[in-house]
Design a protein around this ligand. Structure first.
Ligand code: 6GU
Length: 225
């Protein structure tokens, strides 16, 4: 999968994909991430990409010209399945989105900054708008990094144990159950006996029970869904 990202702060996206699981995904050639600096398409020698908003009000808005030029240049070599704008005024990102997006070949993510991007770009180029939650970040870069992480780890062959994504929180609509490792007794705190029985059916039932318990307690809203 190829993920292109357009940003005015590309440095923020230097490190997130170069460690752990995503690093392996890149090394295996399963994921390519291309970060493009919007200033490359700036409209003048001051590297301008944003301007004051019509109607007045604080905050700058990313202009049509540089961003559209950037998008159209990238479109000349890549046919994007989705052009995603990450912004707090959008539908909230869920595991189902990650699952769906992980099946695509080429996606482009646009990071806004300041007051966002000119609405006309949203109207005519953006195919999907995603927020990562009900809070405001200073820019879309960290949100974009979260999308890439959530999507990248789902790509076939990325995780060592291919079934492990299936047991993630949310993948079955429930939070994940508790997990334990050695030692069996730490300061008198014991690992639940059932996990030591070696009985896969009993263990599976116990995990499901705990997942339901946890979900009811912490995220009752998920149970309704
Ligand atoms: Cl995608 N961008 C910004 N700037 N803030 C956010 C967000 C995105 N999602 C939640 N807050």
């Amino acid at each position: 999968m190829n993920i292109h990202i357009i940003s005015v702060v590309p440095d923020l996206l230097e490190s997130p994909f170069n460690h752990s699981i995503l690093k392996r995904a890149k090394e295996k050639g399963l994921l390519n991430v291309y970060v493009h600096n919007l200033r490359k398409w700036a409209i003048n020698k001051h590297a301008q990409v944003d301007d004051y908003q019509y109607g007045g009000g604080a905050g700058m808005v990313i202009m049509c010209e540089p961003l559209v030029n950037a998008i159209e240049e990238l479109q000349q070599t890549t046919k994007f399945d989705e052009i995603i704008y990450v912004t707090p005024d959008a539908e909230q990102f869920k595991q189902t989105h990650a699952n769906q997006l992980s099946m695509l070949q080429n996606i482009l993510i646009i990071c806004g900054h300041y007051k966002g991007i000119d609405q006309r770009i949203r109207d005519h180029y953006i195919t999907k708008e995603i927020s990562i939650g009900d809070y405001v970040l200073s820019g879309g870069e960290l949100a974009a990094a979260i999308l890439v992480d959530a999507i990248g780890r789902l790509l076939p062959g990325v995780l060592n144990d291919e079934t492990s994504a299936l047991t993630d929180s949310f993948q079955d609509g429930l939070l994940a159950p508790p997990v334990y490792t050695r030692p069996v007794d730490f300061k008198g705190w014991k690992v639940p006996e059932i996990l030591l029985t070696g009985n896969p059916k009993l263990i599976e039932e116990w995990r499901f029970e705990k997942a339901v318990e946890r979900t009811i307690q912490i995220r009752p809203d998920l149970m309704k869904e």
